[in-house]
Design a protein. Sequence first.
Length: 227
Amino acid sequence: FTKREPRQDMSGLRILITAGRNAEPIDPVRFVTNRSTGKMGYAIAEAAVQRGALVTLVTGPSELRPPAGITTISVQTGQEMHDAVMAHVDVQDVIIGAAAVADYRPKLRHEQKLKKKDGPLVIEFERNPDILLEVGKRKRADQVLVGFAAETENVLENARGKLERKQADLFVANDVSQPGAGFGTDTNIVTLVDRAGDTPLPLLQKRDVADQILNRVLELRERGPVS
Ligand code: CTP
Ligand code: CA
C-alpha cells in the first residue's frame, strides 16, 4: 500500500498552538472549567507537525495524547497559559489560539476546602488576561496570528469584531449551536474570516479543518496582510 505523505510545506516554520480548557481553582478540591476537549487544537498540532512545522502546544487539561514530535507545555489556569505563551511567542512564525481560555477566575483561591453553610454560596470572579489581545499588540509584521470564535449567535459579526479588536490576521468562526460543530465532536463547521472576506467551509473532520486553516495561514504569509 502507499501511505499518504503530507506535503512538507511548513518545513522549519515555528508554530505555537493553544488548546483545550482551563481549570480555575476555588479551593484544593474544586475548580471552574468549560466543555472544550482540545480536539481542534490537537488536530492543528498534528497537521502542522506532519507538514514539517516546529510545533509548541500549550494545552490545558485534556484526555488527548499530544502528537509525537512536538513540544508540549501543560498548564491549568488561564494565567499559566498566558505566561507559557508569552515566554515562547517571540520566536514563533505563527500563533494559533484554539484554547477556550477562561475569561474569569475565582478572585480567592481558598487554602482549605470550603465547608458548606446555610444559604447560597457567592463566589466573586475576576478577569483573566486576554492572551490573544496581548499577542496581537506586540506581534511583528512577519508573524501570523489566528483566533477562534466559538459563538451561539451573530457568529460572523462577532468573529470579525474579534479579528479587529485582537489585531489578528485570521479568525475561525465556529457556530457551536449547530450539530456536528463545536465542543467534543470530531467534526466542525467553520467560516474562515480574514481581511479579504469570509470563506465558509462544509462539515469536515477537525483534522481536515486543521489543514484548511494551515493552508490559509501559508497564503497569508505569502501575500502579507491585506490593509
Ligand atoms: N482568548 C485568549 N485569552 C482570553 C480569552 C480568549 O487568548 N482570555 C482567545 C481564544 O483562544 C480565541 C479568541 O481569543 O482564540 C476568542 O475567544 P472568545 O472566547 O471567542 O472571545 P472573547 O474575546 O473571550 O470574547 P467573549 O467570550 O466575551 O465572546
Ligand atoms: Ca471568552
